[in-house]
Design a protein around this ligand. Structure first.
Ligand code: AMP
Ligand code: MG
Length: 426
């Protein structure tokens, strides 16, 4: 297992007291292990889970050439180049019940969508193009089809032996359908990641309790719960832990013994007087970073251990907006990687800002924005007023995060900025 200081030594320009977001992400990517236990699940239970093995197609899909239309199957070379061509109908091929008679030249076969193409037939004329006479003869005008039209080829969706889905994929509805089309009833997925989380701070009260003088309700445990729930991990909610060394140690130990990752909020600020940092450091290999970002400057990262069991620790700042921003900037991708998922960078939108944005170069800023579409179809974004890191309402009214990159400076009104949309993310 690589020690934290060795990972740090491998990163050029690593500075724990002014760490660029990209460096912190790289560090974390090198730190986190992946689950390797695999379980087999019925198809529907695998939605949202991470595929653990490549799925190779055991069959051609479709299994035979078949028709894409209701119409008449024929041999294209029997169509006259000019003027209409007439065919007699040898029989009908239905989806699921193929025509199995012989076909002489000058004959066609009535065919339904999905029905197997008769041997040697290469083209389907949609029924709306033909005229059927009283004696059953079918007349096809010249030029309505080319050879191969309206025919689906065997294996055109998936060829026998071809990888249909790759390990590391988070399974989506189409993937379930695809695997069903291969006749698979069960799929191998990685076991779910177990994530423990709790809040620290003597001023915190849980919902349902009375709010004493100088106290605030613990909101972070609810935002974290929501974000983790969306990631599909198993959750262990360890509540609010007071600023007491024994209580903190017992909670951290239980978390390290039962979870793959532990997420805390609060108590990691520089100069923090409480015991959170001290207990974290004592239970493992933990770094305390100052990240060049806003909000979310302080963060603890590392491994904690108890009775031979380990967990990755993400010690997030306490401010409610900082918790969400650091989660999306660092924790989300790390937990997906730990779950066995192949990295899929979050999609950014480009929007023009409605107002000038003040931004200091040398740190990444995440401002809350409301994106809307302009008449010309492009996007615009308005910043949601005060950007204080304690103002959780700014996250609630926003529909995206305006990401102002490390090197970026002030942006003028009308300038383009990157926006991370919440839809699909939260
Ligand atoms: P800290 O990082 O512990 O210094 O906390 C920074 C600010 O976030 C303080 O104002 C805390 O009261 C507040 N805070 C910390 N944890 C929570 C929480 N779980 N819910 C709401 N606010 C919190
Ligand atoms: Mg605190």
């Amino acid at each position: 297992m690589t020690r934290l200081q060795d990972i740090a030594a491998q990163l050029s320009g690593y500075d724990p007291s002014a760490l660029p977001v990209a460096k912190a992400q790289e560090f974390i990517a090198r730190l986190v292990p992946r689950v390797d236990a695999v379980e087999s699940l019925p198809l529907r239970s695998a939605l949202g889970r991470v595929l653990a093995r490549d799925i190779v197609s055991p069959i051609n899909v479709p299994a035979s050439d078949n028709s894409a239309m209701d119409g008449y199957a024929l041999r294209a070379r029997e169509l006259a180049a000019e003027g209409p061509s007439a065919f007699s109908v040898a029989g009908t091929s239905f989806a699921g019940v193929a025509f199995d008679g012989g076909v002489a030249s000058g004959q066609c076969v009535r065919i339904m969508t999905g029905a197997v193409m008769p041997d040697g037939f290469d083209t389907v004329v949609p029924q709306e193009y033909v005229q059927v006479a009283a004696d059953g003869m079918v007349t096809v005008p010249a030029g309505v089809v080319k050879a191969g039209d309206n025919r689906r080829l065997a294996g055109e969706d998936l060829r026998l032996g071809e990888p249909a889905l790759q390990a590391g994929r988070v399974l989506r509805p189409a993937d379930l359908g695809l695997m069903a089309s291969l006749g698979r009833a069960e799929v191998p997925v990685f076991r779910r990641l177990r994530v423990a989380f709790f809040s620290t701070g003597d001023e915190l009260r849980s919902v349902g309790e009375t709010l004493d003088e100088g106290c605030v309700y613990d909101s972070n445990r609810y935002t974290l719960w929501g974000m983790l729930q969306r990631l599909g991990v198993d959750l262990i909610d360890m509540g609010v832990v007071p600023d007491d060394p024994a209580a903190l140690e017992a909670t951290f130990r239980a978390a390290a013994e039962n979870a793959d990752a532990v997420i805390t909020s609060g108590g990691v600020s520089v100069g923090e007087a409480d015991h959170t940092k001290q207990v974290m450091a004592q239970l493992g290999d933990v770094l305390f970073w100052k990240i060049a970002m806003r909000p979310g400057r302080p963060m603890a990262i590392g491994r904690i251990e108890s009775n031979g069991r380990q967990a990755i620790l993400f010690g997030l700042p306490g401010n409610p907006v900082a918790v969400m921003v650091t989660f999306y900037a660092f924790v989300r991708d790390a937990l997906l990687a730990m779950s066995g998922a192949t990295a899929s960078p979050l999609p950014m939108l480009k929007a023009s800002t409605l107002e000038p944005i003040r931004k200091k170069s040398g740190r990444t800023e995440y401002q809350r924005g409301i994106v809307s579409q302009k008449a010309d179809g492009t996007l615009q974004v308005a910043i949601t007023g005060s950007q204080g890191s304690g103002i959780l309402r700014s996250m609630s009214v926003a529909n995206g995060l305006v990401v102002l990159h490390h090197e970026q400076g002030n942006v003028e009104a009308g300038g383009w900025v990157d926006v991370l949309p919440f839809d699909g993310l939260v």
